[in-house]
Design a binder for this molecule. Structure first.
Ligand SMILES: Cc1cc2nc3c(=O)[nH]c(=O)nc-3n(C[C@H](O)[C@H](O)[C@H](O)COP(=O)(O)O)c2cc1C
Length: 194
């Protein structure tokens, strides 16, 4: 039997840049997640991670218990990432690298943000092999925000109605993947989880 309980899906804003445009995007997607009756969402911001300069990785995860506990509990993850020279911000990678086995057989969906016309498609492509190594399963329905500066007003309101339909498709697919994998983790034995 498929478990119809709400899925728990954190969302992470992946850049610490001052005046980042990605924050409007992440806050809007978070609001859309909160409006659904099949998802419980929690917002994370890489700015809130006081990462040490001289240590890295899973050995320091005890410094970030809220993130650790959220990923342990999570059925999926939304990553909002800007495109920086066709790649992802180092801070996002440092936060993701705090954990490893806790991601296995969970779904991840990407929101790409760029100043240019491609909406972060290149950064998402760069992220796919990285999250695959974490054991995450990537959805194929990305959400892209090209020319992001023109997409929001000064109060962070989205100006383009087309995203209402797009975000539903994006979250529907993530929910399907997350629920299927939740069932799999509970019912199909794996050496990676009990
Ligand atoms: C270091 C750096 C590299 C960037 N590289 C690209 C890029 O490769 N392609 C692109 O479309 N925009 C690029 N941008 C612009 C960002 O996509 C733009 O700032 C956008 O608003 C999303 O990033 P933000 O959340 O930091 O504002 C770059 C910005 C920075 C700071």
């Amino acid at each position: 039997m498929v478990d119809n309980a709400k899925l728990f899906i954190p969302i992470i804003l992946g850049t610490p840049r001052k005046n980042r445009e990605s924050e409007n995007v992440a806050r809007w997607v978070f609001k859309k997640m909160q409006e659904r009756d099949d998802i419980d969402a929690q917002f994370f911001d890489v700015c809130d991670f006081d990462l040490p300069q001289a240590h890295y990785g899973t050995e320091i995860v005890h410094l970030f218990p809220e993130w650790r506990d959220a990923i342990i509990k999570a059925d999926g993850l939304v990553i909002v990432t800007p495109e920086y020279n066709h790649g992802y911000p180092g801070t996002l990678k440092a936060v993701l690298d705090l954990l490893l086995k806790e991601y296995i057989h969970k779904a991840v969906a990407f929101v790409g943000v760029s100043a240019g016309p491609w909406g972060g498609t290149r950064v998402i492509e760069a992220c796919v092999p990285m999250v695959r190594e974490l054991g995450l399963a990537v959805t194929f329905t990305d959400l892209n925000f090209p020319s992001v500066k023109s997409k929001f007003d000064a109060n962070g309101n989205l100006l383009d109605d087309a995203y209402e339909k797009r975000v539903h498709g994006f979250l529907d697919e993530l929910a399907w993947m997350a629920r299927s994998l939740k069932w799999g983790r509970a019912n199909v034995p794996s050496k990676f989880h009990t």
